[in-house]
Design a protein around this ligand. Sequence first.
Ligand SMILES: Cc1ncc(COP(=O)(O)O)c(C=O)c1O
Length: 375
Amino acid sequence: MSQEPEFVPYIRRALQEAPPKVDPPTEGALRHRGLDTSKIRAMGLNESLFPPSPKIIQALQDNLGMVNRYPDAQCPVLSDIISERTGVPTDCIVWGNGSEELLKGAIDLSTSPGEGCVLPVPTFWGYKSMVAAFEADVAEVENLPDGRIDIDGVLGAIGNRTRIVFIITPNNPSGRMLDKAELEKVVAGVPENVLLCVDEAYFDFGIHAGGPNVLEVLRTRKGPWITVFTFSKAYAMAGMRIGYALCSDVRLAQSLQKTTCVFNVPVLAQYAAEAALLDTDYLDWMLDQVAQSRDQIFEGLKALGLDPIPSVCNFVSTTVPMKGRACMLAMLDKNVQINSWSDPGYENYIRITVGRPEDNVACLAALKEVLDEAA
Ligand SMILES: Cc1ncc(COP(=O)(O)O)c(C=O)c1O
């Protein structure tokens, strides 16, 4: 009998061929598998191990009674705050159900099946399914050996049919960011008829680490651009699903909006985001904690004889002298959830989301045991 899959006419072939949607091992998924997640340190998904601001929790509690109402379709209160802080007009700001919805929207608005997209890899695994679903012709550009994005490679991969170029800075899973000169090169080098989409999911950490202001450089660009942010990381709101995009012009913003569902950002997420944006003291505290925690993990990995990649984010990656996936599974057995890199060619890499000091100590101790057992 033939092993060929049987294709049905009513589902696009690209989706039938695409690998199944990833089911990340979230807290809920692990609990559903029967694991006692109260004992597991969640250092695998780049969530925040530090709690959200108490003002966020208060805002949620104060507005629980609103869940019978539809949310504002385009978050006007939040747009006012962001517009005031960035100088970007409110009609160039678009809100999404997490930043992933907006990244997906950027492909949707720009790229018809068979048209081109340039993507530096390795990067956030979500891109793989996004580009597959849109049947984009993807030019993957391998990062440099030290984990940085290969800007010359990205510019060189742009062809006649390229519609969108992604830059992820700081990048996941390397934790590295572009410097100002590299940004200027890419902003000037992407042709004016190609959309440049910057993913700034780790924006706050990059700025805290002394990184360049991407928006300032984007404003010098003649061609179209979108830059995308999330509340999932520095604001500790991954479960709320809210992010936003700043766009170079109104036409682009309106097109991005058309790719989203009408009521895409939950009502509670909007109240939570407002509280988060206004509690700047808490954000500063969070960024200091994450920086200290990152140093603790980085130095701890070096003390284990490993060679971690210098990261500016809330995670650190390193090679290990074993398969990353085996390391990840052995760590889970010791109640520490980390992640391994999924890209081919990087089988020996793991990524650790930084935690509170006690999480980091437990993680490093578990990793030492895993490496000793594998030696
Ligand atoms: C680089 C990058 N972009 C985007 C996302 C998606 O974040 P969210 O949809 O939670 O805003 C992630 C998540 O880890 C990420 O690492």
